[in-house]
Design a protein around this ligand. Structure first.
Ligand SMILES: C[S@@+](CC[C@H](N)C(=O)[O-])C[C@H]1O[C@@H](n2cnc3c(N)ncnc32)[C@H](O)[C@@H]1O
Length: 433
């Protein structure tokens, strides 16, 4: 397919995403099934374009004065890809399979239009109803935070110290130019390709051998700050597919006992294969069984319970740019109820003097500091471990991290703008001894 035909396809797909309110990944898959002539290179380029359009929907609509797919795609070519009007016009030459030529109005907007005077939710490309919530956390910086969340995310890897060290993993992946990052000593970062296409890391021998895992640096930091004690008893209460379980096991050096539970057995399923690949030996997976209390025996015994809570995922918009336009107030209320339930459930497992590490990938106070304040009111035998103590798990880097992150009395918030990571909130709560 020509670049122009790919653009025309992306415009159709963006229109379909908006019409059906369905995830971009589903619509892209369906499009691929219906257009067998498109090769894998075409599909990857179209997907990258669609995601770039989704990143900048609000600002593109403002720039172009219209909301349909064509306007959004033209706006994104300028705002997300930095193309000038001549380059955009060359893609819209009206030939067979290409989008129609630019109108005079489109040409002018692309040439001289700007985001001057745009409200914060437009300049920051997030849904208007979240403006109050983001203003409460970031104040005047909310548009800039939104812009950073609208950028593409690099591919972050975590070196699995049970099988490799950063030098060995760097050597194995040298052809991808991995670089070290600012905070996590376990992280290797791989920049994106110029056209936004993803690397197929899962085909790399270093991945297949379990030397590296795909994990955003923010997520890596969250597990490090949870500080699982070597030789201790740890429960990962919302283990899901095991991203943080694997890291906790490595941080514990395969010693002590780590229990992995999730109320949804389908989410937990991939963990078995991942644990094997990573060479983890100190994890017991506890799969839920209808009414049976499969973790009842852990009551009052844990040094640490990690609550990697279900949340709106507002901190991960770089990786799921279409998700930000689908999120609804009802979903936020539902996640808040889940968070209360899982935080309260965690309490019974914590031994006196033990800790809960509460983590979300949300930026909203309702899911972060607000949940912690309400928790402390319900459970006065807990207190927040001060952030200056929590960051010591990262040594010298932790002191710098505290300066870069947004620190509140309840915990620490990482954001793409502040720390170059996905958005993550971490709060450590200690139980009276
Ligand atoms: C953010 S995800 C976990 C991601 C995972 N820890 C990782 O690092 O890959 C949140 C998980 O919480 C689980 N969950 C929701 N409510 C729960 C509950 N009451 N008890 C245990 N798990 C719960 C969900 O099924 C979901 O898998």
């Amino acid at each position: 397919m020509t670049p122009a035909a790919r653009l025309a396809a992306a415009i159709d797909i963006v229109n379909a995403i908006a019409a059906d309110r369905r995830p971009a990944s589903e619509v892209l898959k369906e499009w691929g099934r219906g257009h067998r002539f498109a090769g894998s290179g075409d599909r990857a380029a179209i997907a990258a374009l669609v995601y770039d359009v989704e990143r900048r929907k609000a600002s593109s609509a403002f720039l172009m004065g219209a909301e349909e797919g064509r306007a959004l795609a033209l706006g994104a070519l300028k705002l997300a890809r930095g193309l000038d009007v001549a380059a955009i016009a060359a893609l819209c030459d009206g030939s067979r399979f290409a989008p129609a030529p630019l109108s005079e109005d489109e040409r002018q907007r692309l040439e001289t239009g700007s985001l001057d005077g745009a409200p914060a939710h437009v300049a920051g490309d997030y849904p208007e109803w979240l403006d109050t919530g983001l203003a409460a956390v970031f104040g005047e910086a909310r548009a800039a935070e939104g812009q950073a969340l609208a950028e593409r995310a690099p591919l972050d890897l975590r070196v699995n110290t049970l099988k490799a060290d950063p030098a060995k993993a760097t050597e194995a992946l040298a052809h991808l130019n991995p670089s070290a990052t600012d905070w996590s000593p376990l992280a290797l970062r791989i920049g994106f390709e110029a056209d936004g296409k993803a690397h197929s890391l899962t085909a790399e021998p270093a991945f297949i051998k379990g030397q590296v895992e795909i994990q955003d640096e923010g997520s890596q930091i969250a597990a490090i700050l949870a500080a699982p004690p070597r030789g201790g008893q740890v429960l990962d209460l919302c283990a899901g597919g095991g991203g943080k379980t694997l890291e906790l096991a490595a941080l514990m050096d395969n010693a002590g006992q780590l229990y992995a539970y999730d109320s949804d057995m389908r989410r937990l399923a991939p963990i078995h294969e991942r644990l094997q690949r990573a060479g983890v030996r100190n994890v017991q997976v506890r799969t839920p069984r209808k009414a049976a209390d499969v973790i009842g025996d852990l009551e009052g015994r844990m040094d640490l319970v990690l609550v990697d809570a279900p949340c709106t995922g507002t901190g991960t918009w770089r990786r799921n740019p279409d998700a930000k336009w689908r999120i609804r107030p009802g979903a936020l209320a539902e996640r808040q109820r889940d968070q209360i339930e899982v935080l309260d459930a965690a309490v019974r497992f914590v031994k006196p003097g033990g800790r809960i590490a509460y983590v979300t990938c949300s930026l909203l106070d309702e899911e972060n500091g607000g949940q912690i304040r309400a928790f402390l009111a319900r459970h006065p035998d807990f207190h927040v471990v001060p952030v200056e103590d929590t960051v010591l798990a990262l040594g010298e880097r932790g002191i710098r991290l505290k300066q870069a992150a947004l620190v509140s009395p309840e915990g620490l918030l990482l954001t793409p703008r502040r720390t170059g990571t996905d958005g993550f909130f971490v709060s450590v709560l200690a139980r009276a001894a």
